[in-house]
Structures are given as structure tokens and as C-alpha cells.
Design a protein around this ligand. Structure first.
Ligand SMILES: Cc1cc2nc3c(=O)[nH]c(=O)nc-3n(C[C@H](O)[C@H](O)[C@H](O)COP(=O)(O)OP(=O)(O)OC[C@H]3O[C@@H](n4cnc5c(N)ncnc54)[C@H](O)[C@@H]3O)c2cc1C
Length: 349
């Protein structure tokens, strides 16, 4: 396994900002992952595990220790107790896995078509899109436990999945390297067409769309919002949605409603959000005075999506952070709500 030094990280991320990794390795097997971890630990290097780099802001100073990009590939399908299980390597491309499942007429991940990154990323922040979440189909996650060097299988309930969180980005952050993920999918299942945008796409159509048609619909809807990585589309140079939809208490919601009335605004009500006491972060941003297409030096808000911070070319991580701060300030001043960033900040102390 080749260990490289001073490797630029920006090209390995979708936002394309940040400095180099002091040391960089890409292990392709479990044994190589263990070797790399032992090397980092014996030399006292801090370790960062990189996936597809689609949910990251890397600091301009880069990462002072070892960056380990899991390269374990392969997707296998097997039947067990009447279920179809899919084992996918953490280094496999997520959208390739979704395509693989859909082609085999298996339902459960079709609405998450087009999400960039690897298979190891979705369990970390329990990714979700268009009414589906990764946690609904994850059966178990195979990990290397950095506490004792053992390989473990974590069953779904042990992963603590909630909205954009799991034990991997909260209570046990930094403890596990995800090696492989097992998904349980429904063969011959119908697609999940519940989300407003998707329903609208299929408006007027008779009959239930197929899984393949649903996958194509999701990819087209995402492409219009620059949420599908498309070569040449500058609005894709982002980390996706930069902020989570805030989950409010009843008091906070009431306060928001009063402020909205004072501003002659009506808070949009989306069934998918209201059910979980969530408010659209995009709506908050757009009504705090910062619109799609807003620019601040080399960064801006996507012209197609109010929640995406875009690198307009040559931006630094400091530029991204400055715009993030400005957006958070705007929303806080207007609505008294603290927006929480969704991407992971790497190398910021
Ligand atoms: C255009 C665009 C659209 C997006 N759309 C969505 C969306 O619809 N829904 C959504 O939820 N997200 C979305 N995202 C965010 C992102 O794609 C997902 O969070 C994705 O799953 C991150 O995976 P990754 O492999 O790129 O991880 P990275 O960005 O490389 O890493 C993210 C975090 O996961 C950790 N990690 C990654 N792999 C492993 C591993 N093998 N073991 C342990 N830890 C690991 C990293 O250490 C880091 O903390 C979007 C991003 C972009 C750029």
C-alpha cells in the first residue's frame, strides 16, 4: 500500500477547498485498513477517514496527520430469511449501489439516487432524500473499532440513527472505520413516491411508476437543483445542503410564527417536515435577505438551491466559513434560529 505525502485534498472533495493531507493512504482491503491505522497510531499521527469528500469543508491548512480513504469495493446480493441483503464495500460509489439495487428490482433506496459520495458515508449522517433515509434499509454496518482494533458488526439499532445523525457523528465520533454496509431491500417492491416534488413529476400519469422511472425522476429533479454532480455545472461545486432543517420545540415554533406574522410571511408547511417539527432551512435563508445567486467574493449561494454554498472558483475554506457565518447571522437576526451546518469541518481547531 502506497503512502503519499502532502497530497492536496481539495480535488478529492466536491466543494474543492482546503489544504493538503500530510500523509495519504487508500487501503483496498480490511487488512490494509488495519495496517494503515497501526502505522498512524504508532507514529502518533491524527487520523481522518475520507469517503467521497461530498460532505466536507477541509481547512486551508489541510490535515496534519494521516488521511485514510477507504477503497474497499464490491457489491454482493444474497437471500436470507426471505429478505434480499446487499453487502457493499464502504469504498463503493453510493449511486452505483443504488443503480445496482434498482436494476435488480429491489426497492428501498431509489429516492436516494444521485447522492454523491461512497457507501461508507450514508450511515455516518443517515443520509436522506425525497422521503427515504439510509437507516430504513441498513441492516448492519461492519466496522473496525479503533478502540481495540477488532472488526465488529453493528446491527441497525446500535447505530443510533436519527435525522442526519448516528453514533458515527455524535457519541462515537472517530471511533469506527466503516468497512462494509449491509442493506435489506424489498424485491418487487413499489417505489416510494410520497415527496411533493416527486409526486408533481409523475402528475397526470396513470399507474405506479417503476423503480427505474423513480430513480430517473429523482436524478432529473436533483439535476435542476444542482444536487446531482454534473460536469460543467458550476453550481455543483458545493457540499450539498450546507444547513440542516432545524427541529424546533413548540415554544420556538410559536416564536417563529409570531416573527413571520410580523414580517407578513407564512411559514410553508410540508407534511414531511411538519410531522417531525422541522422547518425548511431553505425558506429561512431566503427570507432573511440572502437569495439564491448571492455572491461574496469567490463563494456564493447556488443559483439553483438556497442551501448550497458554492465555490465560484479559487475559493478558500476561510471564504466558505465567512459566508456560512453571514447566513447563520442573517437567519438568527431575522428568526432567532441557529442554523446548524450539515458538512463535516476537517482540520479546523
Ligand atoms: C451535490 C450534493 C448533493 C447532496 N445531496 C444529499 C442529499 O440529498 N441527502 C444527504 O443526506 N446528503 C447529501 N449530500 C451530502 C453527502 O453527499 C452525503 O452526506 C454523503 O453520504 C457523504 O459521503 P462521502 O462518502 O462523500 O463522505 P465524506 O464527505 O468523505 O465524509 C463525510 C463524513 O463521513 C465520514 N466517513 C466517510 N466514510 C467513512 C468510513 N468509511 N468510515 C468512517 N467514517 C467515514 C468522514 O470521516 C466524515 O466525517 C450531498 C452532497 C452534495 C455535494
Amino acid at each position: 500500500m502506497l503512502m503519499q505525502e502532502n497530497v492536496p485534498l481539495a480535488p478529492m472533495t466536491t466543494l474543492q477547498v482546503g489544504g493538503p493531507a500530510r500523509y495519504f493512504v487508500q487501503p483496498n482491503t480490511i487488512a490494509e485498513v488495519s495496517d494503515a491505522v497501526n502505522e498512524a497510531s504508532s507514529r502518533g499521527w491524527p487520523l481522518f477517514v475520507l469517503g467521497g469528500g461530498s460532505n466536507l469543508v477541509v481547512a486551508d491548512a489541510g490535515w496534519p496527520g494521516m488521511v485514510l480513504r477507504v477503497g474497499i469495493r464490491g457489491i454482493e446480493q444474497r437471500g436470507e430469511n426471505g429478505k434480499w441483503l446487499f453487502d457493499a464495500g464502504a469504498g463503493e460509489e453510493w449511486d452505483r449501489f443504488v443503480a445496482f439495487a434498482v436494476e435488480r428490482d429491489c426497492a428501498g433506496v431509489e429516492c436516494m439516487s444521485g447522492i454523491p459520495g461512497g457507501v461508507g458515508g450514508p450511515p455516518v449522517q443517515n443520509v436522506g432524500a425525497y422521503g427515504q433515509e439510509a437507516s430504513e434499509t441498513i441492516e448492519n454496518v461492519q466496522v473496525l473499532d479503533l478502540k481495540d482494533g477488532q472488526i465488529r458488526e453493528l446491527r441497525n439499532p446500535s447505530c443510533g440513527f436519527q435525522y442526519r445523525t448516528s453514533i458515527f457523528n455524535t457519541s462515537e465520533k472517530g471511533r469506527y472505520i466503516i468497512l462494509r454496509v449491509t442493506f435489506a431491500l424489498r424485491t418487487g417492491g413499489t417505489p416510494h413516491v410520497e415527496y411533493a416534488d416527486l409526486k408533481k413529476y409523475f402528475d397526470g400519469r396513470t399507474g405506479v411508476p417503476s423503480l427505474l422511472e423513480t430513480r430517473e425522476a429523482v436524478r432529473q429533479i436533483r439535476s435542476r437543483k444542482a444536487m446531482l454532480i454534473t460536469p460543467g455545472d458550476e453550481d455543483c461545486r458545493s457540499a450539498g445542503s450546507f444547513f440542516k432543517n432545524p427541529v424546533l420545540t413548540s415554544n420556538q415554533y410559536q416564536d417563529l410564527q409570531e416573527r413571520a406574522v410580523g414580517m407578513k410571511l407564512e411559514i410553508p408547511s410540508y407534511p414531511a417536515l411538519s410531522a417531525q417539527h422541522k422547518v425548511s432551512a431553505a425558506w429561512l435563508v431566503e427570507h432573511s435577505g440572502l437569495a439564491k445567486g448571492y455572491t461574496r467574493g469567490a463563494v456564493g449561494i447556488s443559483r439553483k438551491h438556497a442551501l448550497a454554498i458554492v465555490n465560484l472558483g479559487g475559493a478558500t475554506a476561510a471564504d466558505v466559513v465567512a459566508l456560512k457565518d453571514e447566513i447563520q447571522r442573517g437567519v438568527s437576526d431575522s428568526f432567532g434560529i441557529e442554523l446548524m451546518p450539515e458538512p463535516v469541518f476537517v482540520g479546523f481547531e
